[in-house]
Design a protein around this ligand. Structure first.
Ligand SMILES: [Zn+2]
Length: 146
């Protein structure tokens, strides 16, 4: 059940990323390039984390890659929809508003909360200690030891 929840959530997220990139490119190529760079920067750790979570849930490497790839395809759906409907400024404003909210959510809730130890000026939330096997999963994945 957990792998499918991760995949469906990631598919919705990637669809929203595609909407943002499409709306940005319909504004100007510079805005589109900047938005694409922002999406790339948050997608690399996000997809790596999803891949590690899928492996941790017991999927094989091949099936985890397949689920991750299939959820990534929804970005193209969002991109094409945004490129086709964002001819008016009103649609662009709505899509940018939603995309900005999503980016802020990802930055503040997903990334900062996990990396708060690197920012001593931020208050440290009282989180339960993570099991050792979870802490080492991403590091082992990056080193290719699985
Ligand atoms: Zn994203």
């Amino acid at each position: 059940m957990i792998p499918y929840m991760i995949t469906i959530g990631d598919a919705i997220h990637n669809f929203a990323d595609g909407l943002a990139v499409g709306a940005a490119f319909s504004t100007s190529w510079k805005t589109g390039l900047a938005t694409s760079l922002a999406v790339l920067c948050h997608e690399l750790p996000h997809e790596l984390g999803d891949f590690a979570a899928l492996l941790h849930a017991g999927l094989s490497v091949k099936k985890a890659l397949l689920l991750n790839f299939s959820s990534a395809l929804t970005a193209f759906l969002g991109l094409y929809i945004a490129l086709s409907v964002t001819t008016g400024e009103e649609f662009q404003a709505w899509i940018f508003t939603v995309a900005t909210g999503l980016f802020l959510y990802v930055a503040l809730c997903d990334m900062v909360s996990d990396s708060h130890a690197g920012f001593p000026w931020l208050p440290t939330p009282a989180l339960p200690p993570r099991p050792a096997r979870e802490r080492g999963k991403v590091g082992a994945l990056i080193q290719g030891s699985r």
